[in-house]
Design a protein around this ligand. Structure first.
Ligand code: 1GP
Length: 240
């Protein structure tokens, strides 16, 4: 078993909850990393995700190198596109958008990324990426041109997650989408996490300490915070 994934599994087994901050390279320059890292280091953040639905710039490598240097935290790529790969990260969430029926996001981007990944030392973590409707059209929905799962259709979310586990995925990511109006419901998190045995990531629209705790209590193993930290760099201080 690989190292970052192994540590996520071990944390799950011990009931230790994990917290990731999502850095969108489209909104963050390498110059921001020093002060952002100071904020991140004071927070109970365990992982950094880097990626975005629409990013196509050239500073991904620089950003990741500096985030790793300043925070010493594991940096995982969270790509919106097959070209969002850099050797300097520790690993990559190798996403398949299994809630959707667009072959580009189910397998095409993955095929295009495969030979690049073969040459690199990145830890590749196969991940079922499950988009849940959240009250507004999010960038993932717009860019992937897929229909999210209805937020009340817990059965479909559970079946999709289970199929991902049977396909051999190592993680389930329940995603309401960045800036979601409503996060994934605690009922859905609970049903999914009680059904699958692999770790469950939950993100999208979580904007408070209570929101993080609600997700953990429902069974999330790792919570992702993006917009709340982007909009308020003091977010984590305000929560402690
Ligand atoms: C988006 O799950 C992440 O992919 C985080 O969402 O920006 O709403 O925190 P937010």
């Amino acid at each position: 078993m690989s190292s970052i994934y192994k540590s996520i599994k071990e944390a799950k087994q011990k009931g230790q909850k994990l917290l990731a901050v999502l850095i969108d390279p489209e909104k963050t320059s390498a110059n921001d990393v020093l002060w952002l890292s100071e904020k991140i280091k004071k927070a109970p953040v365990t992982h950094i995700l880097v990626g975005g639905s629409t990013f196509s710039g050239h500073h991904l490598d620089d950003l990741v190198v500096q985030l790793k240097a300043y925070t010493q935290l594991p940096v995982l790529l969270f790509p919106g596109h097959f070209a969002q790969i850099t050797a300097s990260a520790d690993g990559i969430l190798f996403l398949s958008l299994t809630s959707g029926r667009n072959p580009d996001y189910l397998i095409e981007h993955q095929i295009k990324a495969a030979s690049t990944l073969q040459k690199l030392q990145l830890e590749v973590i196969p991940t079922s990426y499950i988009l849940i409707e959240s009250g507004t059209q999010t960038a993932v929905e717009r860019v992937s041109q897929t229909i999210p799962i209805d937020r009340k259709n817990t059965d479909l979310a559970v079946q999709t997650a289970l199929a991902g586990q049977y396909l051999g995925h190592g993680l389930i990511y329940l995603e309401a989408g960045s800036g979601a109006l409503h996060p994934v419901s605690t009922d859905m998190i609970q049903q999914v996490s009680q059904t699958v045995s692999i770790p469950v990531i939950v993100g999208g629209g979580i904007r408070s300490y209570q929101g993080i705790q609600n997700a953990y209590q429902a069974g999330a193993d790792l919570v992702v915070i993006g917009t709340a930290f982007e909009e308020n760099p003091h977010f984590f201080e305000a929560q402690s």
